[in-house]
Design a protein around this ligand. Sequence first.
Ligand code: AMP
Ligand code: MG
Length: 417
Amino acid sequence: MHTVSEALKAVLDHVPAPVSQRIPLIESPGRVLLEAIVVAEDVPAFSKALMDGFAISVDDATGSGSVNSPTGMQRLRVVESIVAGRVPSRHLKSLEAMQIMTGAPIPQNCSCVVPVERVQIDQADSGWVDVPRSQMIPDANVLAAGAIARKGQRLLEVGTCLQPARIGAIGELGIAEVVVSRRPTVSILSTGNELVPIGVLPGPGQIRNSSQPMLAAQVMTAGGIPQLLGISEDDTGQLGQKIQEGLRADVFVLTGGVSAGILDLVPEQLALAGVVTVFHGVLMKPGKPIWFGVYRTDSHTCLVFGLPGNPVSSLACFELFVKPALWRLQGLPDLEPGVAVLSERCQVRGDRPVYQPVILRQETGTIMARPVSWSNSADLLATVMANGFARMEPEHGVYEAGEIVEVLPWDRRSCCQ
Ligand code: AMP
Ligand code: MG
């Protein structure tokens, strides 16, 4: 039987290349670049003031003509007022200043902007301003053309997930459309005679199909588009029909029916539909009976995951195998596990690595993992406050508080590269 890392490698080896799509920038949050963003013109395009104040030439610091000016001050004639969005009508001459607002283009010969708070405006004649010589510093409060980025520079690489600041920066470069990966479609089918939709009152022996909304949420969190196929009974005819529908998506996730029960029909029905088995069974707890295969036609590949029916098993198998496949399908760099410090003693039983639901929390610079009390893989309610799994090795036995463990946070898109 495969280990988790062998199984993950087998999944990733079958993921096809991402498909690109050009979309409006405004629709790009959470999408992944498949074409790098290159700076087409210097940023900023013109030299500008960084403060409200007076555009001056520092050469005037030693100038004459400071009659009536207080000690240490240079008196300059105010010849123009420049607001953002307008350009100066002339260049600055000796012993002249121009009133200037933040973001406005500086005039020619200007080498410094002195903030308005630092100068004295002549109360009797606002055509004059006294500027302290100490404030006449070359380049102060001036943002030079090209100081932020140069034409031809690469701003964002392929594989970058777009978030608000990046989207704003792309807009600043005048790029209104971006080339990103297409969001993968993921069909979800729950199998089991005992299942009823979540809005229906279960009859004797029946349970609600809780995995379906959970998996749909996991798909959305991972950037995919869920397509809900509802429930199939453990019946070859019905299952076969639903499988045909599911195989049209990029990824097909089924739950239930992959273990050793007499009604576990999923692997054989998938094989009948032409899905090629890659593995069945992984050394892990929960989730051991997971099945993975690939369906290929000339124009389409569908990755098929048969997850065990117990909800915590489905949850874990999705995080461990389906999510990394969705990331790769979108062109994101592969997910790496993190590490955290256990905040409580924890005992591992059995013969397989355990994926223990934990509450991950940042505490004074360290990520702490607190195991939640969890009885078995049907116990989904135990996981409601958890936000990740910690991997615990069976041969380790007892983990003491303070030990370091490998962790998989569930919501990793918020910190994606
Ligand atoms: P199976 O993998 O089909 O043997 O199912 C294992 C256990 O998970 C059984 O107790 C099922 O009733 C339960 N189960 C199967 N599918 C679901 C589902 N969609 N939601 C909640 N529990 C399920
Ligand atoms: Mg079943």
